[in-house]
Design a protein around this ligand. Structure first.
Ligand SMILES: Cc1cc2nc3c(=O)[nH]c(=O)nc-3n(C[C@H](O)[C@H](O)[C@H](O)COP(=O)(O)OP(=O)(O)OC[C@H]3O[C@@H](n4cnc5c(N)ncnc54)[C@H](O)[C@@H]3O)c2cc1C
Length: 559
């Protein structure tokens, strides 16, 4: 069932067994897993079925350094389906090494191991619609995938690891009917949790307000906050009159991680010795798959650095020296591309009038190739149900750049706090102060050096870059947008984090967190597949903890 919290007369008390705050991939996956359980579930969406500016405005907050972090209204979507409304669908699991204690990375400690989450990836892959949960290029496609760099078998890097791409599945429209038809799930639209009420180590209620003045109290046996990596700490900190929940050791909102990412370097391959394929292949069920270069775990250990992957990439768009009409056309189309995608694609530099003219010249020199590409792009990227994931363009001169996606290591000073100002519902706004550490750049530096050696030793190509360019290249667009990790991290002890290995807030009997806020480390992987896997694991835990009640959801008038 789907109900509207703004409907006249909706104020009152709602009694249920499980209250899930947030209807993004985490909240929806959790609810869907509980659909057949008989447990009464209320899913508070924090927005409408579609994006509405008045709801999105609740995400507005302060950013300590706007050069390092996007505004808090960008890269998040306050609606049913959450940020899956715009995600790119790139999916892969975390690696076993991510869960290992790594003495050289302060704070890299999980209370659980890879084996605890691995069994949930198959069902997560199904919800994310990425086909078989197979991430080896040798096995993902019958006969193996084409090599990215023919003949490459570097001792430091592997090219066997792949990423798979979701449609990308928009969790709102995709799963709305399933939620609507589930007799034990009630999705509450247009309602926003503003406070968790507690007493004696228990969550006793959730205060839900609407922008039209209604107030609903939800009393649940178990409450799960699945409001995204930035809103989850905000809600915890704003509760109990600002005293906070789970914050006895000042851990809520700390260790805010994204990824260290950027495009740099030039790789010139020797055409006599190797062939390059940096495009996609489709699995038997049509899923786009692509290889990456991943740094082997034993090399990470040996060099005492973080996890990292790299992809061969077209030259950077803003510089017209690439000479490709296609790349210039996309650069010139920048005003028509959303902030979130245009930021990484185009960077923030301006090429000036002469630069724009050179871009136009590139387009005019390759009119047919550019027009053909753009038509194909519209067809395969915009109209197709399963969309072509990203721009793949062969560089004219055979020189590729490297697209780097690396683990960011925990840093307690990188944090989310509450700002002085309040939103339209009276909740303190959030303040983001994202910071990085020297090890973040050392990971990139060591990995680039090792890749350079792998390519040179095998006489396949030459990688050139300027070492001193690394921090600027990795910070050019600031913190990687959309990946909000670590702000309510898992830990054995409440001194080191906010939730235990089950996702339960330390010191609270019935309050849990779902989403990347609970990840103590960020891996090299994009987070959403693992967010879903953790939500499914939590659903199983709740299923074993709770008994379906005879009465489902009850409502009472406020009076
Ligand atoms: C442009 C972009 C591209 C991305 N590409 C990728 C990608 O390729 N691969 C990948 O793995 N990830 C990607 N991501 C990240 C991905 O979108 C997130 O990891 C994912 O959406 C997180 O899911 P979530 O359910 O934890 O949070 P969200 O999706 O943020 O959902 C949070 C939910 O909580 C609700 N909510 C918030 N506050 C409240 C409140 N107070 N009360 C009630 N409800 C509330 C919101 O309305 C929403 O329904 C991308 C993100 C962006 C923005």
């Amino acid at each position: 069932m789907i109900i509207d919290a703004e409907a006249p007369g909706s104020s009152g008390v709602l009694t249920t067994q499980v209250c899930i705050i947030g209807a993004g991939p985490a909240g929806i996956s959790l609810a869907l897993r509980l659909a057949g359980s008989g447990l009464a579930v209320v899913l508070v969406a924090g927005g409408a079925l579609e994006a509405e500016p008045r709801h999105q405005a609740l995400y507005a907050g302060e950013v300590a350094d706007p050069a390092l972090h996007s505004p808090t209204t960008e890269y998040r979507h306050r609606q049913f389906g959450g940020s899956s409304a715009t995600w790119g669908g790139r999916a892969m699991p975390f690696d076993p090494i991510d869960f290992e204690p790594r003495s050289w990375i302060e704070g890299a400690e999980w209370p659980i191991g890879f084996d605890d989450i691995a069994p949930h990836y198959a069902a997560a892959a199904e919800l994310a619609e990425i086909g078989d949960p197979e991430f080896s290029a040798a096995r993902a496609i019958e006969g193996g995938m084409r090599p990215m760099i023919d003949g490459f078998g570097g001792p430091h890097f592997s090219q066997d690891s792949i990423e798979r791409f979701s449609c990308p599945t928009r969790f709102g429209p995709r799963y709305r009917r399933r939620i609507e038809r589930s007799p034990n799930i009630t999705a509450l639209l247009n309602g926003h949790a503003t406070e968790i009420l507690t007493s004696d180590g228990k969550a006793t209620g959730v205060v839900v307000r609407t922008l039209t003045g209604q107030e609903i109290r939800i009393a649940a046996e178990v409450t799960v906050i699945a409001a995204g990596g930035l809103e989850t700490p905000r809600l915890l900190l704003a509760s109990r009159g600002g005293e906070g929940i789970g914050n006895a050791h000042d851990q809520v909102g700390r260790n805010y991680l994204c990824h260290i990412a950027g495009t740099m370097g030039s790789v010139r391959f020797d055409p006599a010795r190797t062939r390059i394929w940096h495009g996609y292949e489709r699995s038997w069920d049509g899923v786009y798959c692509r290889r990456r270069l991943s740094l082997r775990p034993e090399i990470q250990r040996e060099n005492r650095i973080g996890n990292i992957v790299m992809r061969l990439h077209h030259p950077r768009l803003p510089d017209p020296a690439h000479g490709r009409g296609i790349l210039s056309a996309i650069y010139l189309a920048k005003p028509f591309i959303s902030y979130e995608y245009s930021k990484r694609l185009h960077g923030s530099e301006r090429p000036g009038l002469s630069g724009y003219l050179r871009h136009a010249g590139n387009v005019l020199r390759e009119p047919f190739a550019t027009a053909g590409f753009l038509m194909n792009w519209v067809w395969r990227r915009t109209l197709a149900e399963r969309k072509f994931p990203s721009l793949v363009v062969e560089p004219r001169n055979g020189v590729y750049s490297l697209d780097i996606h690396a683990e960011q290591v925990p840093n307690p000073d990188s944090r989310i706090t509450l700002a002085g100002e309040r939103d339209a519902l009276g909740m303190p706004r959030l303040r983001v102060d994202w910071r990085h550490r020297p090890l973040d750049f050392r990971t990139v530096s060591v990995a680039l050096d090792l890749l350079r050696r792998d390519l040179a030793d095998q006489h396949l190509g030459e990688l050139t870059y300027r070492e001193e360019e690394i921090p600027d290249a990795m910070l050019r667009e600031g913190a990687y947008g959309g990946h909000h990790i670590g702000t309510a991290r898992m830990s054995v002890s409440p001194r080191d984090g906010v939730v235990d290995g089950d996702g339960r807030v330390h010191g609270m009997d019935n309050l849990y967190i779902a989403g990347s806020a609970v990840f103590p480390t960020s891996s090299q992987a994009n987070p959403t597949l693992t967010i879903i896997a953790f939500a499914l694991r939590l659903a199983d835990h709740l299923g074993s903890r709770l008994q379906p009640a005879a009465a489902s959801i009850r409502t009472e008038d406020a009076a």
